[in-house]
Design a protein around this ligand. Structure first.
Ligand SMILES: Nc1nc2c(ncn2[C@@H]2O[C@H](COP(=O)(O)OP(=O)(O)OP(=O)(O)O)[C@@H](O)[C@H]2O)c(=O)[nH]1
Length: 307
């Protein structure tokens, strides 16, 4: 009879694992994810709570002659939920923590370690926690040193790596901290897979980014984008997008006077969509009112806010 390899002993010729990026809103999680994956996976804006989903970005490579597969997860910023939407967002964060082989806990240098909102969540993680101290470009060495001491006192992470995701400073050190903690395991995804999300997800995210960038106050938070049609032809992609808002007055704001605003975000989105998909895009946009969608479970499910 042919001898089978012992099932419990992983072969030491491949590393693979899940790396969860978590932290408060706006600390730079999506910026970091994109830098680590080397692709524009997650949308980035200066507004808090831009990310609403768990988005996986997959990186295959070789480190010291051993092939690896890193499955990064960008997650929504940790907040106290005010809507059902926020509950779903926090479920994504918890799910990602439970799967994690390594946790990248991102904090800004300016944040206080004591009573930090993410601390209770970190207790759920069995995985080693690498504290990523981001935005060091906005502070000096002395402040960074003090902050490291403060965090060491608070959570004793496996490592603390000060970086600037925006300026790509110290990313190699962070990568080393991750890869050396990655378990030996066969790959989870095929080599040509970049993410767990379908193309239409990225189409809706790109349009949502334009809404976050062009409107103020409640509008970005009350908006959702649903891709009603995504048809790939030889020469172009035809995308029909529905922009949903919670109230009629918001519909008027999205459209703008004589449709100017809608046109503006359409032009910006089409530009980025064409770059992302490497193809000409025909984009059709419709604005609809979906009252209180952020508080309705069936709507949230329909829009993909369940794991
Ligand atoms: N100065 C500076 N700004 C940064 C750095 N990293 C990210 N930012 C900026 O911080 C803002 C928020 O970045 P995101 O990557 O969207 O932050 P996030 O944590 O994913 O935000 P949420 O979606 O709210 O959870 C953006 O304006 C980024 O350009 C950094 O290293 N230095």
């Amino acid at each position: 009879m042919e001898e089978k390899p012992e099932a419990n002993i992983p072969l030491r010729n491949h590393r693979a694992g899940f790396v969860s990026i978590i932290g408060k809103p706006n600390v730079g999680k999506s910026t970091l994810m994109n830098v680590l994956v080397g692709e524009r996976m997650s949308i980035i804006t200066s507004k808090a709570q831009t990310t609403r989903h768990r988005i996986m970005g997959i990186l295959n490579g070789k480190h010291e002659d051993i092939p690896f597969q890193l499955v990064y997860s960008d997650t929504p910023g940790v907040i106290k939920p005010s809507y059902k939407l926020h509950d779903s967002m926090m479920t994504f964060v918890k799910g990602s923590l439970e799967d994690a082989d390594v946790v990248l806990f991102v904090a800004e240098v300016g944040e206080r370690a004591a009573e930090h909102e993410v601390l209770p969540l970190l207790k759920r993680a069995d995985a080693p926690i690498v504290l990523v101290l981001n935005k060091i470009d906005l502070s000096n060495d002395e402040q960074v040193k003090l902050k490291i001491a403060e965090w060491e006192n608070e959570i004793q992470p496996a490592a603390i790596i000060p970086i600037s995701a925006l300026h790509q400073a110290n990313i190699a050190t962070l990568f080393d901290a991750v890869i050396t903690r990655l378990p030996f395991h066969p790959p989870y995804f095929g080599e040509d897979e970049l993410t767990d999300k379908p193309e239409r997800f990225f189409a809706s995210e790109i349009l949502r980014e334009k809404i976050f960038l062009n409107y103020r106050q409640e509008i970005p938070y009350s908006s959702e984008v649903v891709i009603a049609e995504f048809k790939e032809r030889d020469d172009m992609i035809v995308i029909r997008a529905e922009i949903l808002v919670e109230r009629k007055s918001q519909k008027g704001i999205i459209i703008g006077e004589k449709g100017e605003m809608l046109k503006k975000i359409g032009i910006q989105a089409r530009h980025d969509l064409e770059e992302f998909f490497g193809k000409k895009v025909f984009l059709e946009q419709h604005v609809k009112v979906e009252p209180d969608w952020r508080s309705k479970e069936n709507k949230l499910r329909q829009f993909g806010y369940d794991e």
